[in-house]
Design a protein around this ligand. Structure first.
Ligand SMILES: Cc1ncc(COP(=O)(O)O)c(C=O)c1O
Length: 847
């Protein structure tokens, strides 16, 4: 059957029981409808008939129809070459590749033919249905089936690729398409549109072909891969971004001899805007060759091409599916373009022009210009923001200029972006729910689609910048270039287990242990905080022979079975099975709620007596050095000293869980246990250790480590691998090089002072506590009863997120303590904003 000559099965005026024919509605181009039609397309295909046509029959384009139409004069001179080109691409390139892969049965389905405006109905409630009528089911490559549907439904849209992207998004939500299918999708759709133009010969079908032929095929490829949710929608983008972020990469300043600042904005854009003085000297930031010259309304434009091999290791470069990337300089004075020649090689730092009269230079970094030889121009299609994010990464990776943010987009674009990204997020929630168990929860009433992190900020798909005060994992800042480069560089050379000699493990082990009191001189490397706490339990059991563990009320130590039993935060919560007999719980030392529980020695003595009375023996006392999930509770002075004496007196070991609090977050010390003047027997560390990379550890004394060496070998496939060690080392170096522990002191004081002042204004603020950048704001119904006000906390979180674009989250047994734990690179301006946001949210709540 020719590709698009499926007979219509109903007249355009027919109203079927399932609704009105799409051809009779005017909503055919709505994104949500096209998305639903994509889902429908995935549902209308079935398993292959047993003994039917061959696969080749599904691709038997009528190659002789075009010369016949030209000879008969039924096709005009403009359309004929377009049709010829589209069909040639299809027949010579796309079809053979598709057929070559079709042997894998999954690529072939049985279909009644494509979905058409004349066989799809829309019900009043928006439900779409397919009226197959008498059409037989035939074998078809699923890409052809879907591309034919897109050709019929999306080709007439103002932006056919955006329309096709909506259909593909819907389809792949039900049935994923492989990367190579998506790569060949555009050519297939173009061939289907060309065949329709040939078969129908109408003005509309000719215009649809002209519009689609004008689309750059690589742009279509990236957009459709993104619509299908492929992580590498723009292949090579992540690798290049990492390579460019490498601090060792030599880059020259954009502007020399004059002041230059980033223009602050915060919205997504494909340009980085720099304000300088008119006439300032603008230089090539990287070496390369002049690729294109021209001018726009903003001034002259110089585009440079750079070989990927110049910034990436040759082996890694070979894996990246790109060979060139581009930097675009615009807003240059007239004459810049005249002074250069295309093809001219320039080293970094060579002058390429002067800033034009407006004193504003635009810089763009692009992996692929997709035919836009002078760079992409704004505004961009809001729905495509995610693709641009990869295709034109933040230019400040190379400019390396301080300042707020680089980007701006028109408010119109961001408004429509908001609604489109909402629809995409809803679809993602549904897909996520389909693949995950229901107890994987999301943050916030309306979950967010975060696509990028940088420093203390996270960026949503719509380009909104959020200050992240929740994530105490990305400690030195999201995607810190030094950490990313260290991990990527090691990943490109070797990653293996720790049973070979490797200097990364030794170097990192030495540097890490140097941060501890000298008694703590042995480290085990593991992969998560939970693994660290589980291993600590094994050490404690072997070292003491004890069978009972002591934990704090409200504590959380990890998700393993052994640790759920040690986590009242879990075993006392919904789904939990209560406290096991071998676990003893110390009350939270909350100075307002339970002053008696603040005396560590007395609490310790009582627990020791309880354990003895139960006929058990203590193996370990686990305690976070500031209680996190229990409600950000700072331990009273002397608390751990008293508890440790009691526990050790009963033969147990002491474990400081520093998974949240370690690595300088508390500012005054590198580890929070040091604020209590004690030295634990075991310390467990995790989260900030790898700044987002999964690496964790257990640090202990030689005595405990020797006791654990009871003949059983210790092996951990990933623990201590060279990549994790390189990452860990880079985190430590960054904390030191950027003075981040000291920053935690200054910014922590600023936040504590500002937030504590709110206690005087709002009675609902029961307490503000913390050390350094580990802070909790406790909301209560009144300060007499100190009853938790979880609902108020929830409202503050949402208010601060929506109005101030700041993330904070509630914790504590009553979900009423707002955690403020930003990356330790947070700035003065950020902290001011946090204080103002709390003030505003509490004021709104008090009305
Ligand atoms: C104090 C504490 N210990 C241990 C863990 C477990 O760490 P992970 O999630 O890396 O297994 C957590 C995680 O939230 C934690 O907060």
């Amino acid at each position: 059957m020719p590709m698009s000559t499926v007979p219509a099965i109903a007249s355009p005026t027919t109203v079927l029981p399932s609704g009105t024919l799409l051809a009779d509605t005017d909503s055919i181009t709505s994104t949500s409808l096209l998305c639903k039609i994509g889902e429908l397309a995935a549902r209308t295909v079935g398993p292959l008939p047993q003994n039917d046509d061959t696969i080749a029959a599904a691709t038997n384009a009528d190659l002789f129809a075009l010369p016949r139409a030209i000879a008969l004069g039924t096709i005009d001179d403009i359309l004929a070459p377009m049709i010829g080109k589209a069909l040639r691409r299809w027949a010579l390139q796309a079809a053979p590749q598709l057929i070559a892969k079709a042997g894998r049965g999954a690529l072939v389905v049985a279909a009644h033919g494509p979905l058409l405006p004349t066989n799809v109905t829309v019900a009043q409630d928006g439900k779409v249905s397919f009226a197959a009528g008498e059409l037989p089911m035939l074998p078809q490559l699923r890409v052809i089936h879907l591309a034919q549907s897109c050709a019929a439904l999306a080709a007439s849209a103002a932006d056919p690729i955006e329309a096709a992207a909506a259909v593909v998004a819907g389809y792949t939500a039900i049935a994923p398409l492989a990367g190579h299918e998506l790569d060949l999708f555009f050519d297939t759709m173009l061939a289907a549109v060309a065949q329709a133009a040939l078969a129908e010969g109408t003005k509309a079908s000719g215009e649809a072909l002209a519009a689609l032929s004008a689309v750059h095929p690589r742009w279509a490829r990236y957009r459709l891969r993104a619509a299908a949710g492929l992580a590498d929608a723009v292949p090579g983008a992540a690798l290049l971004k990492t390579a460019l972020a490498n601090p060792d990469l030599a880059v020259a300043p954009l502007v020399v001899g004059s002041p230059a600042t980033l223009r602050p904005s915060g919205k997504a854009s494909i340009h980085t805007a720099v304000t300088t003085v008119p006439g300032a000297t603008v230089c090539a930031v990287l070496g390369g060759s002049v690729h294109a010259l021209g001018s726009t309304a903003d001034g002259d434009v110089v585009v440079m091409a750079h070989a990927i091999g110049d910034v990436l290791d040759a082996r890694v470069a070979a894996q990246a599916q790109i060979s060139t990337f581009y930097t675009v300089y615009s807003g240059l004075d007239a004459g810049a373009a005249a002074g250069l020649d295309v093809g001219l090689a320039l080293v970094a730092g060579t002058e390429i022009g002067k800033a034009a009269e407006a004193g504003r230079v635009w810089f763009q970094l692009a992996l692929d210009l997709c035919g836009n030889e002078l760079g992409f121009s704004e505004p961009m299609a809001a729905e495509a923001a995610g693709v641009f994010d990869a295709l034109t990464p933040n230019g400040n990776i190379l400019l390396r200029m301080g300042g707020e943010n680089e980007n701006e987009a028109s408010s119109e674009a961001s408004a429509s972006s908001a609604s489109s990204s909402r629809a995409e997020e809803d679809a993602m929630v549904a897909r996520r729910e389909a693949v995950l168990a229901p107890n994987f929860t999301l943050l916030f009433d309306k979950p967010l689609h975060i696509v990028r992190g940088e420093g203390q900020y996270l960026y949503a798909a719509d380009g909104t910048q959020y200050l992240d005060c929740v994530n105490n994992v990305c400690h030195v800042g999201h995607c810190h270039p030094r950490v990313v480069a260290a991990g990527a560089a090691q990943m490109a050379v070797l990653n293996t287990n720790s049973r070979y000699l490797h200097s990364n493990l030794i170097n990192y082990g030495e540097k890490l242990l140097a941060k501890f009191p000298e008694e703590l001189c042995v480290v085990f490397f593991v992969n998560s905080g939970s693994e660290a706490n589980d291993l600590a339990l094994r050490l404690a059991r072997v070292a003491t022979g004890g069978n009972a563990s002591v934990v704090m009320e409200g504590a959380y130590h990890g998700h393993l079975s052994s640790l759920i039993e040690l986590s009242p935060y879990k075993f006392d919560a919904p789904g939990g099975v209560g406290k096991p007999q071998h676990v003893h719980v110390a009350p939270l030392p909350h100075k307002y709620r339970d002053p008696a529980a603040c005396d560590g020695a007395a609490v310790g003595a009582k627990i020791v007596a309880d354990v003895k009375a139960a006929g058990q023996k203590i193996n370990a006392f686990y305690c976070e050095s500031i209680i996190g999930c229990g409600g950000q509770i700072v331990l009273p002075d002397g608390y751990l000293a008293g508890m440790y004496d009691a526990i050790r007196g009963a033969g147990g070991v002491t474990i400081a869980d520093e998974v949240q609090t370690g690595f300088g977050r508390v500012g005054s010390h590198f580890w929070a246990f040091e604020t209590q003047g004690v030295v634990p027997d075991i310390v467990t560390i995790g989260k900030p250790m790898g700044n987002g990379h999964p690496v964790a550890g257990v640090v202990t004394t030689r005595a405990v480590a020797d006791a654990f060496n009871n003949g059983m070998d210790y092996f951990n496939t990933y623990g201590g691998n060279p990549v994790s060690m390189a990452v860990g080392l880079a985190v430590l170096e960054t904390i030191e090089a950027e003075g981040l522990q000291a920053n935690a002191v200054v910014r922590g004081d600023q936040l504590m002072t500002g937030l504590a002042a709110l206690k005087d204004k709002y009675p609902m603020v029961g307490d503000v506590r913390g050390i350094g950048l580990f802070i909790g704001v406790e909301l209560v119904t009144d300060r007499e009863s100190f009853e938790a006000d979880g609902e108020a906390a929830r409202k503050v979180v949402e208010h601060i997120r929506h109005k101030w674009h700041i993330f904070v989250s509630p914790d504590g047994p009553g979900h009423n303590v707002l955690k403020v734990k930003p990356p330790v690179c947070v700035t003065e301006a950020d902290c001011e904003r946090v204080i103002a946001a709390f003030d505003d949210a509490l004021a709104a709540l008090s009305q």
